[in-house]
Design a protein around this ligand. Structure first.
Ligand code: ADP
Ligand code: MG
Ligand code: ZN
Length: 591
């Protein structure tokens, strides 16, 4: 029964997907263009905006997937003015809603916001407006908890619907419904009732999260399974992606940053993301000692200091901001030429967003990660408690371990986009250094040794961190956990890559121990390790080279991007014809 239902949904969504939604001959097309120009003062649509608008105006449920900053809001703000009635906008963040309402009000568009902290009188006025057929209110922004917790609000909204005045429901950051996403919010679960409760009202979900399983989960939760998914490409052709080997010594690491800021990025503006508040302060003060003009930004600063730092950076009085991920919202500096990650992000999703703050003006900009194995555990010991977060982290690790596949390909795969091999145009470190043969290392003997060490440690009741495990493997450190064979003839750097690779591939796993002061990650043999002793077992890892990177000279700003067609169709969720190229690379295979 269930498969039949899925089948029907599949056929339905396939049919929808084959419609070209970007046409200009709909009954509302003239009005759409007029509102775009006269009310929003925008000359033309960005990719997929018109398709989303036509689709929702024709009464279909839809989910719009576009990167942050691509212009998702317009996809519901504009339709709201083309047809009569009210558009309800559900959004998780009051501050973002306030920004939107302010900017709509400036354009003389009647928009209101209702949150749990709205003044009583305003709330009453809005509640009355819902019942009033003569109200001029066109958009109403609410938080999901406001919706879930106010019976009166729901009752009045039903009245609005019964009068035929509920035009559309837009759900911003719609991935928050899914526990598989990176930003689950329990209040979003409640939104599942909307499709049933407000029959014939189109729902428009919006998100920058593009993974297919999250999108399907969202459709299930919202009861709009099989709806059209309109997805614009996530490729940022002007961003150059690069991984640098992070030195173990703090000083060497600072030297790299200093050289980059004084050499390669001299006179350019950028962001350096750090793992923690302490790291951010530390890096900022060390860069200042080296006579660099940098600001520091994190959640522990008061609001006034934060906006001052932001402003100084914005006016180029600071060359760079050293920040935690708290630095994100409201960054609209177009000429960010570099985003350096001093430590890995906690997921590819986060990395895409953080690095994506570079190059908004379309000019060549660079996204660099300083990677070393040890940083995995800095993040894992922080995120371990949240569901799915280790999986997200390992996705990030895969990207860093990769030395043989185009980084764009990995990013595209993460966002479930198909990818042609030639599309990078040498805008990542791997494509700049094409290798004819990728050397592989046979992991079979190493797995045997590592599982022996793990077994000995287990028997000796010793817990091994990744570093201790590598020590024992190299016959160093405490003698009671050393194995019986010879020390491996590989470098410590490759050994670290192997451990990270085995973690990502579930041959090893992290077990977390909590002390009063910190969480420690210990490494144990994982579910797949038992196969490692089979005769037929085979596991090879491509040996990663860190490609050279000129720290002292500015990059050539020239890019051959002219013939990239911005409006190019990107594959949608409904497009099953994905090439499934078999690859044996490090980062590409999906578990
Ligand atoms: P998102 O929600 O996708 O992150 P927003 O809706 O906040 O992005 O839009 C980001 C910015 O892009 C806004 O300043 C918006 O006015 C602008 N914008 C949206 N669509 C267009 C367009 N077609 N042309 C020019 N600017 C646009
Ligand atoms: Mg948005
Ligand atoms: Zn590439």
């Amino acid at each position: 029964k269930k498969t039949l239902k899925n089948c029907i949904h599949k056929i339905r969504s396939d049919n929808l997907a084959h419609v070209d939604w970007s046409g200009t001959t709909y009954a509302w097309s003239d009005e759409v263009l007029k509102v775009l120009n006269d009310v929003f003062h925008i000359k033309s649509f960005r990719p997929k905006q018109l398709a989303a608008i036509n689709c929702t105006l024709s009464g279909q449920h839809a989910i719009v997937v576009m990167p942050t900053g691509a212009g998702k809001s317009l996809c519901y703000q504009l339709p709201a003015l083309v047809k009569p009635g009210l558009t309800l906008v559900i959004s998780p963040l009051v501050s973002l809603m306030e920004d939107q309402v302010r900017s709509l009000t400036k354009k003389n568009i009647p928009a209101k916001l209702m949150s749990s902290s709205s003044p009583k009188q305003e709330t009453t006025e809005i509640l009355n407006a819902l019942k009033d057929s003569k109200t001029d209110m066109k958009l109403l922004y609410v938080t999901p908890e406001r919706l879930a917790k106010s019976k009166r609000f729901m009752a009045n909204l039903q009245k609005c619907h019964a009068d035929g005045r509920l035009q559309r429901i837009a759900i911003d950051e719609v991935h928050c419904c899914s526990t598989w996403g990176h930003d689950f919010r329990p209040d979003y679960k409640f939104l599942g009732v909307l499709a049933d409760m407000f029959k014939n009202v189109p729902i428009l979900g919006l998100t920058a999260t593009a993974t297919t399983n999250v999108l399907i989960d969202v459709q299930k939760i919202l009861n709009i399974l099989g709806c059209l998914v309109i997805k614009s490409t996530f490729n940022r052709p002007n961003l150059f992606y690069k991984i640098i080997e992070k030195p173990t010594s703090q000083d060497e690491c600072m030297l790299i940053l200093e050289k980059l800021l004084k050499g390669r990025y001299k006179g350019q503006s950028g962001i350096i993301y750090a793992h923690s508040i302490k790291d951010a302060e530390d890096i900022a003060s060390k860069l200042r000692q080296r006579k660099l003009k940098v600001g520091c930004y994190h959640a522990n600063l008061d609001a006034a200091t934060r906006s001052e730092v932001h402003l100084k950076w914005h006016d180029n009085r600071y060359q760079a901001i050293v920040a935690t991920v708290a630095f994100g919202m409201g960054i609209d500096k177009p000429d960010v030429r570099f985003v350096i990650h001093h430590s890995i992000s906690k997921s590819m999703e986060n990395y895409y967003q953080e690095s994506g703050r570079a190059g908004r003006d379309g000019l060549r900009s660079e996204c660099v990660i300083l990677y070393r194995m040890q940083d995995i555990f800095k993040v894992s010991t922080m995120v371990f408690s949240a569901t799915a977060s280790l999986k997200h982290l390992y996705g990030m690790v895969k990207y860093c371990l990769n030395g043989s596949l185009c980084r764009r390909l990995l990013i595209a795969e993460h966002f479930d986009e198909t990818w042609g091999d030639s599309d990078c145009r040498k805008m990542c470190d791997v494509c700049c250094n094409p290798q004819t043969v990728v050397k592989e290392i046979d992991l079979k003997p190493h797995c045997a040794t590592i599982s022996e060490v793990a077994a000995i440690a287990e028997a000796e009741d010793v817990k091994l961190t990744a570093q201790k495990l590598i020590d024992a493997w190299f016959l160093k450190g405490p003698t009671n956990v050393r194995h019986s064979g010879k020390a491996p003839s590989i470098s410590r750097a490759i050994a670290e890559d192997i451990i990270a690779y085995l973690l990502v591939k579930k041959y090893l796993f992290e077990e977390f121990h909590y002390t009063a002061y910190s969480t420690i990650s210990y490494i144990k043999a994982g579910v797949n390790m038992s196969e490692a002793t089979d005769d037929s077992f085979e596991l090879k890892m491509p040996i990663r080279k860190y490609f050279t990177f000129d720290l002292d000279t500015p990059p050539d700003m020239h890019m051959d991007l002219k013939d990239i067609d911005e409006t190019e169709e990107s594959p949608s969720l409904n497009d099953e014809k994905k090439e499934t190229k078999k690859r044996s690379g490090s980062g590409s295979s999906k578990e």
